[in-house]
Design a protein around this ligand. Structure first.
Ligand code: PLP
Length: 253
């Protein structure tokens, strides 16, 4: 997760532009002074002594421990994407779908309700439908008609999920209007920002609470990577999603 106090930050001026953040934010280089981001292809990390290792495994001290939940390569990507999306936290995930799966596992429980556009990525629809068997019901509504979203709200609605522009039709949602509908009922708005990337749209600035990406698509841009990410406030990323991330095995590695 992006906010690791014990792990140093890159020293950047206050008001750097997005283009600078996109190449500079992340982790400082190692003592070797490499120019490009280093890749840390390791499952685990070495600790100076047993007592320090115990504290780190107990999550009492920030350090890289085990790549199922923390790895410098992934932290580099998380910090950079959080900076670009304007959120305090980010979790790198094994795929775009893993970002949605983590959200459902961490945020929702049996008896909760979701409102989702019926124009979202096909696998997203299937994943929400699959959770009906665990008692999490999803209503699918129009991509563009805000009134349908408002009418679908129930007392137990916890999450609104929008993908805008959507894949493949590129129809847009009114993010600010959906945020208003969600927040009036104490629900959260999550936006799949895959098609625009933060270079063109920052949903949090329009009122969204959570932003997800399929890193497989434009963030990689070359068709060589499977990855995803979930960006949001650290109070959710660390305290709500963090414990799920530690055990679920669906984080980026
Ligand atoms: C591909 C895609 C996903 C799923 O991402 P994967 O990395 O394939 O799991 C989710 N949303 C959108 C808009 C996509 O295009």
């Amino acid at each position: 997760m992006s906010e690791k106090k014990g792990i140093p930050r890159v020293a950047l001026p206050q008001d750097v532009r997005l283009a600078t953040l996109a190449v500079r934010e992340g982790l400082p280089p190692t003592p070797w002074g490499e120019n490009s981001e280093a890749l840390f292809l390791t499952s685990s990390f070495v600790h100076p002594d047993a007592a320090t290792a115990a504290r780190r495994f107990a999550n009492e001290e920030d350090a890289f421990v085990y790549s199922r939940f923390s790895n410098p390569t992934v932290t580099m990507m998380e910090r950079r994407l959080a900076a670009l999306e304007g959120t305090s936290g980010c979790i790198g995930t094994a795929s775009g779908m893993a970002a949605i799966l983590i959200t459902i596992l961490a945020l929702l429980k049996s008896g909760d309700h979701v409102v989702c556009s019926r124009g979202v990525f096909g696998s997203t629809i299937k994943l929400f439908q699959d959770f009906a068997k665990y008692g999490i019901e999803t209503s699918f509504v129009s991509q563009t008609d805000v009134d349908e979203w408002r009418a679908a709200m129930k007392p137990n609605t916890k999450l609104l999920f929008a993908e805008t522009p959507n894949n493949p039709l590129t129809e847009v949602c009114d993010i600010a209007a959906l945020a208003g509908i969600a927040h009036a009922k104490g629900a959260l708005l999550m936006v799949d920002n895959c098609f625009c990337s933060p270079a063109l749209q920052q949903p949090v600035k329009l009122g969204a609470d959570l932003v997800m990406h399929s890193g497989t698509k434009y963030l990689d841009g070359q068709g060589r990577v499977m990855a995803g990410a979930l960006c949001g406030p650290n109070r959710l990323i660390k305290d709500v999603f963090g414990p799920v991330i530690r055990t679920a095995g669906i984080k980026a590695e």
